[in-house]
Write a protein that binds this ligand. Sequence first.
Ligand code: SF4
Ligand code: SF4
Length: 443
Amino acid sequence: MPRVALEAVQEAGVVGAGGAGFPTQAKLAGAADTVLINAAECEPLLHKDKEVLREYVDGVVEGTVAGMELVGARRGAIGIKEKYTAVIDLLGKKLPRSIEVAPLRDAYPAGDEFILVYDVLGRVIPPAGIPLHVGTVVMNVETALNIARATARPVTEKFLSVAGAVAQPVTLRVPVGVTLRQCVEAAGGPTVPDAHYLVGGVMMGWLEEDHDALVDKTTGGVVVLPADHVVVRRRRQDWGQIVRIGRSACDQCSFCTELCPRWLLGHPIEPHLAMRSLEFNLVGEANVIGTAFCCECNLCSLYSCPEDLDPKNVCTQNKRRLAREGRRWSDPPLNPRRPELHLENRKAPMARLMYKLGLAQFRNVGPLAENLLPAERVGIKLKQHIGAACEPAVEAGQPVRAGEVVGRPPVQNGKPALGAPVHASIDGVVAEITGGAVWIERP
Ligand code: SF4
Ligand code: SF4
């Protein structure tokens, strides 16, 4: 009998806490020989995985072992930056023999699961594949902790780093459903007048205009930047500008491709070819079909391109268009020129990336705050995961306790749709159900 049942993981509402939000019970229903814990955390200035490991190492190890039992894996590994020597020493004292530490260089990208699986296990996930195709389940540190806790309590709390232009960069433990603004205030507030919030990180996150947007089970961090910061300006460029400038300034140097981590793995994506879709002479399907395999890491746009063009957005625009039109490259081959041996040397060293992004001025720390952030009102989003949005399981005016189910995935074709239940994160009364969220207030 596994120490944690799959049903408990489902009922606790555990989903990928590293940003994707894939329902964990669905992932653990497969079979794999290895469970790989993703503690690589390569987004500049974010620290929550390292802090969770430091503070809750026993729970993370227990969740890893539980995950291994569920998928039948005999091997576990924790991929973590080699620079975090204190945490690695701590792990050395806690890990069973079946789980190893895999130290990683301080470079970007390291946390993309395709790259992590290759770096740690030497396995290449095929284009359009998932780690399970190479016998691997990848989980975030916090997801492993939530698995360990699943039998006793559902997911009602979230860890996230608040960094950048704030008075006290910090990693917070907050009730699910507080606002980003509350988190930034808990970090001492912005130190710039016109603060902009990048949610999920500078490289792969998004610019959130609504500072009262809600923290959900996937929110990993907020980086606060001033309006005139280069990263904010790049995010605010509209598509027309990107096309106009890209069309006239791309000289097809192909640096974007030479440093693209997916191309280096042998996947058929070549962003410099996608740039030709902006009406160069060589427009054609072959130039854009490979964009389906872009992981949107942003390295090409924010680091590789010497002209500061935006091949990442060109790739994502094409990728979405292909998806809308239902066109996919069936059985895409690995690039026969497969330059994967260069992968390690072509990653962006973190110090250089921080300098290039204008982030070197910020304090690169994020110690864990001890106490749970207090909250009088929370909004529990009904969709915090990949799959179907939950249906409310409560009504306005109903008293609820922290941990009580307030939404469940709908039943489709006689069984629950892919998803995860959501739970009240504070004691209180359901004030309203609106805007895709159940709002709970303390009386
Ligand atoms: S790196 Fe920039 S200039 Fe060079 S091919 Fe790519 S988009 Fe064009
Ligand atoms: S964002 Fe750019 S570098 Fe990253 S996978 Fe896509 S094309 Fe490659």
